[in-house]
Design a protein around this ligand. Structure first.
Ligand code: 13P
Ligand code: SF4
Length: 349
């Protein structure tokens, strides 16, 4: 917060992938093919809540997992499968490989990245850390293996708050990367001394504060649920700020009948499944200043579909490979997070 930050690289946001629509019969055939391929490969699906409904459903019914990034990281070690097929974005596949180097980790499309990861190149980040040697380096899971290799701690949105509280109790100064909005929120709640990298999620940055206030007026009994990657003027309007899992839990547990949800639209599949009688309203991305590059759906998450999932199970060509020296360093801050989660009984699903 006090020193000038390195200039940010320009991020190229891909257009939303347009997948050819499938008839019900074609979809059923493709799902049956995928199930057979999973068995033949001794593989399981590990999917994020922002992926396509069909992928979430298939992951769940085939004995895999649908979860947030913390639980996705844990799941790989808990399964006997020798191949993990990670439906999500690249950092999720890389984390699975770092934690399970003996397993094959495939993704439907290795180009599925994340604006936070793209906005934090390892060389500039490393120079930034060198310039602040008195800071503990805490990086969000949404980063490359190389950036994690430079960190003291990795955190996800499910566990960032208690970890930063823990570091603050030890009077540690924190260098935080890459999400400035999540970093700002955590610094505000914990009061920790945090030097923030200047990254952002292009999906959560689309939510519009004035338009959200208008929707709240129309639904005065609704609870507003916000992922902390959203900017402060959105977070400030929330009843609940939390990870994907924490927002899903809020829909199930809060007494409200209506919810305004400020995160990627993929989350509605699980929310509807667990709370079918509640009314879910997407927080607005249109309004003054709208650019709608994402319209509350991550274009990189959208690169996962039944079609390329079947393809990668047939040809295995989208495999995560990580340099062993990088892996050996990157596993330490991730393991530190998992050990902390286990000791504190913090769940990710
Ligand atoms: P969660 O860990 O809350 O699922 O968040 C991951 C993510 O990329 C949100 O944009
Ligand atoms: Fe990254 Fe945002 Fe997409 Fe999550 S939603 S993967 S933070 S770009």
């Amino acid at each position: 917060m006090h020193q000038p930050l390195p200039p940010q690289p320009l991020i190229t946001v891909p257009p939303h992938p347009q997948w050819p629509s499938l008839t019900a019969a074609e979809k059923a055939d493709l799902k049956a093919d995928i199930l057979a391929l999973l068995r033949a490969n001794n593989a399981v699906l590990v999917a994020h809540y922002y992926t396509d409904d069909d992928l979430q459903e298939l992951a769940e019914t085939s004995g895999g997992c649908v979860a947030d990034s913390l639980e996705m990281a844990r799941f790989g070690a808990a399964t006997n499968a020798t191949t993990l097929v990670v439906c999500g974005v690249r950092f999720m596949g890389e984390t699975a490989k770092i934690l399970n180097p003996e397993k094959r980790v495939l993704m439907p499309n290795l180009q599925a990245t994340c604006s936070l990861d793209e906005g934090c190149p390892a060389d500039t980040f490393s120079a930034f850390c060198d310039a602040h040697p008195d800071h503990t380096v805490v990086v969000y899971a949404n980063t490359s293996a190389e950036v994690k290799a430079r960190a003291d701690w990795v955190v996800t949105s499910s566990i960032a708050l208690p970890i930063v509280e823990h570091l603050k109790a030890q009077n540690q100064k924190i260098l935080w990367a890459p999400d400035k909005h999540l970093g700002h929120y955590i610094a505000q709640v914990t009061g920790a001394d945090m030097l923030l990298w200047n990254g952002a999620c292009i999906v959560h940055e689309e939510f519009k504060a004035v338009a959200l206030a208008r929707v709240r007026k129309l639904h005065p009994d609704a609870a507003v649920l916000v992922h902390p990657e959203a900017p402060t003027d959105i977070v400030d309007q929330a009843q609940v700020v939390g990870s994907t899992t924490q927002l899903i839990k809020a829909v199930v547990e809060l007494p409200n009948q209506t919810f305004i949800v400020a995160t990627d639209a993929g989350i509605f599949w699980k929310m509807r499944q667990l709370a079918p009688h509640k009314t879910l309203i997407p927080a607005p991305t249109a309004g003054e200043g709208a650019t709608c590059e994402s319209c509350a759906h991550c274009p990189w998450m959208g690169m996962n579909a039944l079609q390329n999932l079947a393809e990668v199970l047939r040809n295995g060509d989208q495999e995560i490979v990580i340099d062993s020296a990088i892996r050996e360093r990157a596993v330490m801050p991730i393991q530190r997070m998992l050990d902390f989660a286990r000791m504190r009984g913090i769940g990710g699903r």
